[in-house]
Design a protein around this ligand. Structure first.
Ligand code: SAH
Length: 227
């Protein structure tokens, strides 16, 4: 990209953060800075680049979507990620949310079910010099036991209920955010582990693609409802 294009994208990201994120009440300065710095325009398919900063989700291919900027910021703010944290992300998709988390945490572990999406996300994150991410292809509803416990867990696909494996991989004081509910509509749910107690709080109505896996939906659930 030319310098003037880079400058234009930077200005668009600043506007996106001001209008869609800060303007709607998210004020965590680290989250706002990360959203301003990560080049969202590179994570959307090239033919969708004009819409990169629009106030909605965008198709990624393979039937998946990159979330609305506000939802990315909201979920990230919910987690209260600190610089020393180890974070597990389920549903790498484009790698955009991964890049945002990688700016805030010490290490990000991310799992994606669709190999083609994972390869593209890996290549892009590498080209941007994002070094603190470890990724693998697989079923993230089972977590990543070798690297547990995690300080924070973010699931960016919708589950019918909170996967027990993920709660078990949360460390004391940990936070997990996940959309829970039906195929068409879910509630973004925050789970905190405090003094060994699991505290669950509903936060925001959302609409995510399905988490498909052992502790989530099976691949062929309600195909007619997906449209
Ligand atoms: N956070 C992504 C958007 C994710 S869309 C971004 O910023 O672009 C949801 C993703 O979850 C899809 O890529 C989908 O393939 C993936 N997914 C669905 N079920 C999964 C599972 N069990 N394990 C890992 N990834 C899964």
């Amino acid at each position: 990209m030319h310098d003037w294009m880079l400058e234009e994208c930077r200005a668009s990201r600043r506007r996106m953060v001001d209008e869609q994120i800060r303007g709607r009440g998210i004020d965590d300065p680290r989250v706002l800075a990360a959203m301003e710095e990560v080049p969202r325009e590179l994570f959307v398919p090239p033919e969708k680049r004009d819409a990169a900063f629009s106030d909605g989700a965008l198709p990624l291919g393979c039937g998946q979507t990159i979330s609305q900027p506000y939802v990315v910021a909201y979920m990230t703010a919910c987690l209260e990620v600190q610089a020393h944290h180890r974070v597990l992300e389920v549903g790498t998709g484009s790698g955009y949310q991964t890049a945002v988390l990688a700016r805030l945490a010490a290490e990000v572990y991310t799992i994606e079910r669709v190999g083609a999406l994972l390869s593209a996300a890996r290549a892009l994150l590498n080209s941007l010099g994002v070094g603190n991410v470890r990724s693998r292809e697989g079923d993230g509803s089972l977590g990543w036991p070798e690297f547990a416990p995690f300080d924070r867990i973010m699931v960016t696909a919708a589950a019918p209920r909170v996967p027990e494996s993920l709660v078990r991989q949360l460390g004391e004081g940990g936070r997990l955010v996940i959309p829970v509910g039906g195929v068409a509509q879910q509630t973004l749910t925050l789970i905190r582990l405090e003094n060994g107690r699991v505290i669950e709080t509903p936060r925001l109505p959302v609409r995510f693609v399905k988490l498909v896996g052992d502790q989530a939906w099976s691949a062929d659930t309600n195909p007619t409802e997906e449209k």
